[in-house]
Ligand binder design. Structure first.
Ligand code: ZN
Length: 140
């Protein structure tokens, strides 16, 4: 396991805007606040969701689309740089009216409502290609 010690004391709470993409508004917020590294948690409700499933054998992401409303029962993500831009790596667990769940790596979702807690770290994390997984990971 590779790791580095981080420090930082900026914390934020945020309310996501209705009708805008969940992840894009977090990236816009990170640009506005110059956040180069952070973890965040969130909850709320979304619709028109695209989850990316990573096939570990083929090493490709496959989009899975859901055109229905969900509760965001749990959202966990981090902010770092990917290809020179801020990227909000985001995983969600979503629930339907009947309580059934879907989840995974979130590509896009239209926000109905959302609340976040963000914790910034005073470091810069730039994702780099990892040959073993073919993913863009943190070179710590
Ligand atoms: Zn992911």
């Amino acid at each position: 396991m590779d790791y580095q010690r981080v420090e930082g004391d900026r914390e934020f709470v945020a309310r996501l805007e209705h009708g805008r993409d969940w992840r894009e508004q977090i990236e816009a917020f990170a640009d506005e606040e110059d956040i180069d590294a952070a973890f965040y948690i969130g909850l709320g409700a979304v619709q028109d969701v695209t989850i990316y499933f990573y096939d570990q054998e083929v090493q490709e992401y496959y989009p899975v689309e859901f055109d229905e409303p969900f509760e965001v029962t749990s959202c966990l993500g981090n902010i770092s740089h990917l290809d020179g831009e801020r990227f909000a790596h985001t995983h969600v667990t979503l629930s339907r009216e009947d309580g059934s769940m879907v989840g995974g790596h979130l590509d896009s979702a239209t926000t109905f409502a959302g609340e976040l807690y963000v914790r910034e770290f005073d470091t810069q994390l730039e994702r780099a290609h990892d040959d073993v997984t073919d993913l863009d990971l943190w070179p710590l």
